[in-house]
Design a binder for this molecule. Structure first.
Ligand code: SF4
Ligand code: SF4
Length: 187
């Protein structure tokens, strides 16, 4: 009898508390800033192009081998509108195989990829989880807006800043850096 009363009291106590769960998928809990969803590609708005140069470092380091990338010569570099000589042409991540480890983000030195807030990509077809360049960039734009993302190395990776830095560098500095490069190449 006492146990039954205790049980009833516990039920009554919890009856008037706010639920901590949500009726998914009708209701959604707030995504925390630290949340790590699927990886997405970021856009350099100063050159209107992706930060990704297609260097393949993330592709090689991905533990599940779920990424593919193809690069090409960046026409904007030839026109002097970007400091990136190479730019991404095709990029694909098979999100069915992605384990959200974040290694691709850690190894990228071009500020090109981040773990976004995307987590709802269920599909009725197997290939539905293959995110192409367009999808990854659109997810990246959403992430940039919602998180207020800023690049870690703007001097190196943001076209407007890098081009500006290059144009203000003294001729002596430029000569020194080109000499250093040619010495390294001959070694
Ligand atoms: S995301 Fe970064 S590491 Fe991966 S290919 Fe692009 S630039 Fe290279
Ligand atoms: S988060 Fe991990 S598994 Fe997913 S694409 Fe990046 S490196 Fe590969």
């Amino acid at each position: 009898m006492i146990s039954s009363m205790r049980g009833l009291l516990t039920t009554l106590r919890w009856l008037f508390k706010r639920p901590v769960t949500a009726h998914y998928p009708v209701e959604h809990l707030k995504i925390q800033a630290r949340y790590m969803g699927f990886p997405a590609l970021l856009t350099d708005n100063t050159a209107e192009e992706p930060f990704c140069t297609g260097c393949m470092v993330c592709v090689r380091e991905c533990p599940t081998q779920c990424m593919k990338a193809v690069m090409y010569d960046n026409p904007k570099h030839a026109e002097g509108r970007s400091h990136r000589r190479k730019i991404i042409q095709e990029f694909e991540i098979n999100l069915n195989r992605c384990i959200l480890c974040g290694i691709c983000v850690d190894v990228c030195s071009f500020d090109a990829i981040e773990m976004s807030y995307e987590h709802e990509l269920a599909s009725f077809v197997r290939a539905g989880a293959r995110a192409n360049l367009e999808t990854l960039l659109s997810q990246g734009r959403k992430y940039m807006e919602s998180s207020g993302w800023v690049p870690a190395n703007p001097e190196k990776n943001v076209a407007a800043v890098a081009l500006d830095k290059k144009s203000t560098a003294s001729p002596v500095t430029l000569l020194k850096s080109s000499t250093e490069k040619s010495t390294e190449a001959s070694e």
